[in-house]
Write a protein that binds this ligand. Structure first.
Ligand SMILES: [Fe+2]
Ligand SMILES: [Fe+2]
Length: 191
């Protein structure tokens, strides 16, 4: 593994274990690690910039892990935090700019345009992680956002539907079975 990627991985794992991370240490195993895994795989298949994809995948939620107050606009605060981290690690200016764009437009409920293949890859990897780790989304709704169960199921279902819209074709092929299973399990009959 590239040294910078290795260092950033350690920084993110460390952040996820701190008590200030209200999403819990499992945020690493059930989300960030998974986003990194898919971003890595898609970057290779689609011949994108692997280092940019991995560094952006690892840092895309850095603001949420750092401070709950950043959660609402974590695509904005995350750029400042990632810029600082990557500058300290002597990453080239152009690479940092490229990574910050991926962070800025990774969210499904924001409408920022994605101008690079790497930004599409990171957004897709993020969305695919939501789908394949659906229990982590439910846990987020219930344990962090403190929603009652029925509300949590509706919120989670909507998040998954928004995630589906972010997927590149390579990711939607992979996600189709779990996606349809989630929609079936969370339909109105259940509620
Ligand atoms: Fe995010
Ligand atoms: Fe994320």
């Amino acid at each position: 593994m590239n040294d910078t990627v290795k260092t950033v991985t350690c920084v993110i794992i460390d952040l996820s274990k701190r008590p200030t991370n209200v999403f819990g240490p499992e945020a690493w195993e059930t989300h960030i690690k998974c986003v990194d895994y898919f971003a890595h795989a898609f970057a290779i298949v689609l011949e994108a910039d692997l280092r940019v994809c991995r560094l952006a995948a690892l840092t895309h939620d850095i603001a949420s892990l750092t401070n709950l107050n950043f959660y609402q606009d974590h695509h904005i605060h995350g750029q400042d935090l990632a810029k600082q981290l990557l500058r300290n690690l002597k990453c080239p200016h152009n690479e940092i700019k490229h990574i910050l764009h991926c962070i800025h437009c990774h969210r499904g409920n924001q409408k920022q345009e994605r101008n690079t293949l790497e930004a599409h890859i990171v957004a897709s990897a993020d969305a695919l992680s939501h789908i394949v780790y659906f229990p982590a989304i439910l846990r987020l709704a219930i344990c962090v956002h403190k929603m009652p169960l029925a509300e949590a199921v509706i919120w989670s279902r909507e998040k998954i539907m928004k995630s589906w819209e972010k997927l590149l074709p390579i990711a939607s092929n992979y996600a189709y079975s779990p996606y349809t299973a989630i929609l079936e399990a969370t339909n109105e009959d259940w509620i």
